[in-house]
Design a binder for this molecule. Sequence first.
Ligand code: G3I
Length: 398
Amino acid sequence: MLASVLLSACLPRPDSAPGRLVSASNSAANPRPFASVGPTVAPADNPGATRPSTAAPAPSPGIPRAYGEGANTPPPDEGDTGPALRELATRTGKLIGAAVNHAVLPHKRAYREILAREFNYVTPENAMKWGPTQPRRDQFTFADGDAIVAFARAHDMKVKGHALVWHEQLPTWVKTLDAGALRAEMERHIRTVVGHYKGQLLAWDVVNEALTDSGGMRPTVFLEKLGPGYIADAFRWAHDTDPGALLFYNDYNTEGRGPKSDAVFALVERLKKEGVPISGVGLQMHITAQGTAASDVAWNMSRLAELNLLVNISEMDVRVRDVPGTRDDKLAIQRRTTHDIVAACVAQSHCHAVTFWGFSDAYTWVDGFFGADDPLLFSDDMHRKPMYFGVQAALTGR
Ligand code: G3I
């Protein structure tokens, strides 16, 4: 949160927070109403300006203070603020999503109420990753992910699982396996986790961040021991386990033009040619407010659309820490950038969802990784920011 420097005098902090800177198969048999949120792309057809995740980010400093504090605080009444984002997104046939922090969800009423009111799509921020779901070999644990799925079901939201194969939040035991055992364990992990949620999730991020910023294959344990074919294998095992789920390749610094974006395009083009069951690409969109041209994002989306792939803006947050000017200047630029990128999705029929990586500045991975910032739609104390109204405008074509 950028707030302790620029905002602490301006916004109330009811939580007494310490200052911080800021088709499925599309077949009739498929119960998931994907057809309403984008073009027809059968599943079987198918994340900052610098890297957001090669080193383990510090846990969000917002999490500890969430326990017990303000647990029963309702969201602030801000008068007439227009229709909720999910209502507007539904009208445009899009999904509007947020990553969910499983540690905050049970403890904060305002968090739950805003999540349910504003979003129709959720992604567990951490709860379905390999580390949290299988911390020890052969010991699976789904309670945190199950709680998010139950919340989503109760509030008529879709869920995207995240992320099956990723070199981070990967337990040590996985990294010590030899090639044969790693391949077997990767298959078992995918089949077990996807199988646990079979029929309940709209989509999965199957492979996450497999490329480097210069466009090469990232030298992960998977690449080094299994070779590049691990990507296709992961998609095939996921599809085989839940044929109704949309399956995504998800990465950062791939939103606009550049070598990594080109590498993603080449990768998914090849997967499509090989008949690998990939449905789409997640453009994470961890960006700075002045770093990404919406026109470049639109161009990149359209070349992916030409492959008949879906596009999901999958982890959006918009940093303002280094934007010059007053706090109002920063938030105005943040609003404009966010508006223009969401508008690019609205204009692209193959862009079916925009997901933010959280929704309140109080709970963002950004603070722990890039330094205190205010990258999300709601302030620390859950007031709508200008960025929120930028999304509202984009969803209504303004
Ligand atoms: O849950 C443990 C807790 O038990 C322990 O006491 C604490 C001590 O460090 O750590 C907690 O786990 C942390 C976890 O977040 C939950 O807070 C991990 O250390 C921390 O590394 C983890 O960070 C997550 C990060 O992925 C992992 O690399 C962030 O919350 C999450 O926002 C971030 O999300 C990624 C996407 O999955 C992929 N794209 C990039 C994006 C941002 O890095």
